[in-house]
Design a protein around this ligand. Structure first.
Ligand SMILES: *[C@@H]1O[C@H](CO)[C@@H](O)[C@H](O)[C@H]1NC(C)=O
Ligand SMILES: *[C@@H]1O[C@H](CO)[C@@H](O)[C@H](O)[C@H]1NC(C)=O
Ligand SMILES: *[C@@H]1O[C@H](CO)[C@@H](O)[C@H](O)[C@H]1NC(C)=O
Ligand SMILES: *[C@@H]1O[C@H](CO)[C@@H](O)[C@H](O)[C@H]1NC(C)=O
Ligand SMILES: *[C@@H]1O[C@H](CO)[C@@H](O)[C@H](O)[C@H]1NC(C)=O
Length: 178
């Protein structure tokens, strides 16, 4: 009797393990580079609201544009080269959400894919982005198309940054809905 129970539990455990393994196999990993161009003649991110920035004023937060809101439509490419294969576009808002001497953004974005099997599908990302940290993690809260009802997380790492443009590498892990 005891042996039958043991066998039963082992069977359940094996089944569970194989289901988990199957799920892991369908985990989607997407890698791309985002081009954020807030300056220059053809910006991809524009400031639409916020208080006047006074770099010499007493409010450090103001120096980092605390309260500013930007709208972006950033290209997502296969390599750091802006002219490499276009994977998609990141469209949405980000807000300068840190008052302290740290640059932190609230990201509310959709990443819409235009190539490969993800063409026409999108993911939605909402989260805190302390841009000076080496790696930032942001939750994937949902999606459309093949990513309908999906969840996951995005890891972002700045590849290069100058006054006109920031190139940010993304590794996104997406778990589909079953
Ligand atoms: C994983 O994806 C394949 C092909 O899209 C599908 O046949 C399979 O049922 C999926 N596995 C799970 C656990 O949903
Ligand atoms: C910026 O702040 C400094 C120090 O408070 C002040 O003297 C200056 O007038 C301010 N400049 C502007 C443009 O508001
Ligand atoms: C990308 O292509 C444009 C237009 O062909 C060109 O002006 C630009 O210099 C290229 N950029 C890079 C980084 O190669
Ligand atoms: C993506 O889908 C659109 C609309 O269906 C289509 O016009 C386009 O050619 C597709 N692009 C790629 C790279 O498959
Ligand atoms: C993404 O993965 C690649 C390859 O594993 C790694 O070199 C890179 O640092 C990762 N980037 C992020 C933002 O995690």
């Amino acid at each position: 009797m005891a042996n039958t129970k043991l066998l039963y539990f082992m069977l359940v455990a094996i089944l569970l393990a194989s289901v988990l393994e199957a799920k892991n196999q369908n985990e989607t990993h997407i890698h791309f580079y985002m081009h954020d161009i807030p300056g220059g003649p053809n910006p991809s991110a524009v400031r639409v609201a916020g208080q006047t920035i006074n770099a010499t004023g007493p409010n450090m937060g103001a120096m980092f544009g605390f309260g500013s809101i930007y709208v972006m439509d950033n290209a997502l490419t296969a390599t750091p080269d802006i002219n490499s294969t276009l994977i998609g576009r990141a469209q949405g808002l980000y807000a300068m959400s840190s008052k302290e001497d740290e640059l932190s953004l609230l990201m509310t974005l959709t990443y819409n894919f235009v190539s490969g099997v993800y063409n026409g599908s999108s993911i939605s990302v909402v989260g805190r982005n302390p841009v000076m940290d080496e790696v930032r993690e942001m939750p994937v809260v949902g999606g459309t198309g093949v990513f309908r009802l999906a969840r996951g997380f995005a890891l972002a790492k700045t590849y290069s940054m100058n006054q006109l443009t920031a190139i940010v590498g993304y590794n996104v892990t997406i778990i589909p809905y079953y």
